[in-house]
Design a protein around this ligand. Structure first.
Ligand SMILES: [Zn+2]
Ligand SMILES: [Zn+2]
Length: 308
């Protein structure tokens, strides 16, 4: 656990302003997944989007350096393949609006000095590492180096799992969970969500069929105390909407492991163009117990990420 205070007991006294005016229930919402300059969205629009969704605090996930390497698909995946800015921009915005934002740090894992770069930002207020979205095996030597930094600093790592593209070898990730018990890993994206289904076809990134429980993701969440799930993006929303009966049971059985995130690049913060607000509505609808909802909307993030 991080050395500062005892977050577990301090939760009730953290000066969170519960001004979630836009959620009918007024429940506190922490968004663990957003980006600066996401498809060139301005900071002003990012702030307005946050408010519209009723989010009180957002975690900014930066990109790594812009370099043409195998791990960045020769530069095509620079900026997380979405024009996202690096740690400096996330840190700058979070420091200008500490009530609204916290930030992670990031770097291309196999670039020279990646570990030192991450350590520099972890010393300067970064709360975790990610979004790690690079063309590498999830258990490759450069990724191990990332996990070692996370372990030394006792911070979470957020990973974008996408078959054949990013953090490959999801079926072997349990070995990482076993090797780094002090690191809280947060799973995200298509391959993470597709694998809630025991019958998942790995090439299908947005499956629409009914879910058979017991997929890899279901197992990792159930079996490993250091595995968590990020509900963000079209993939997270699809995972709940493809089978709503399954969604109710899944959210209930992993209520201590799932965290609300949005990861949408729109400026409106509502309606069909905003998957984030759609996913918030899903949680409101599929989780009827307010205590469970509070864990998924903010409590788990406070415990695992400690966004202050
Ligand atoms: Zn993202
Ligand atoms: Zn949105």
């Amino acid at each position: 656990m991080a050395g500062i205070g005892t977050a577990g007991t301090a939760v009730g006294t953290i000066p969170f302003l519960p001004k979630t005016a836009n959620t009918a229930s007024g429940e506190e919402i922490i968004d663990i997944h957003q980006h600066v300059n996401f498809h060139a969205r301005s900071n002003e629009e990012l702030l307005a989007h946050q408010k519209k969704m009723g989010v009180s605090k957002t975690v900014l996930l930066p990109s790594g350096s812009a370099l043409a390497m195998g791990s960045t698909h020769k530069g095509k995946s620079n900026g997380l393949a979405a024009r996202v800015f690096g740690t400096f921009a996330a840190a700058r915005l979070a420091k200008a609006h500490p009530d609204a934002f916290s930030f992670f740090c990031n770097e291309i894992p196999d670039v020279e000095g990646a570990d030192k770069e991450l350590e520099k930002w972890l010393e300067d207020g970064a709360l975790g590492i990610g979004e790690q979205k690079f063309n590498l095996d999830c258990d490759s030597a450069p990724m191990i180096r990332i996990y070692e930094v996370a372990s030394a600093y006792e911070v979470p790592v957020l990973l974008h799992f996408q078959h054949g593209m990013y953090n490959k070898g999801f079926e072997r990730f349990h070995k990482i969970l076993e090797r780094f018990p002090k690191v809280n890993f947060i799973g995200h994206a298509q391959t993470w969500w597709g694998n809630i289904d025991a019958n998942h076809e790995q090439k299908n990134l947005y499956p629409k069929t009914k879910v058979t429980p017991g997929g890899l993701t279901d197992k990792y969440l159930a079996d490993y105390p250091n595995m968590f799930g990020d509900l963000s993006a079209g993939s997270g929303k699809n995972a709940l909407n493809r089978d709503e009966e399954h969604a109710v049971a899944f959210l209930d059985r992993h209520q201590d492991k799932l965290m609300l995130g949005t990861d949408c690049a729109d400026a409106v913060g509502e309606g069909d163009k905003c998957s984030g607000s759609g996913q918030i509505a899903n949680v409101m609808k599929f989780v009827t117990d307010p205590k469970v909802r509070a864990k998924i909307l903010s409590g788990n993030a406070k415990r695992i990420i400690k966004p202050g």
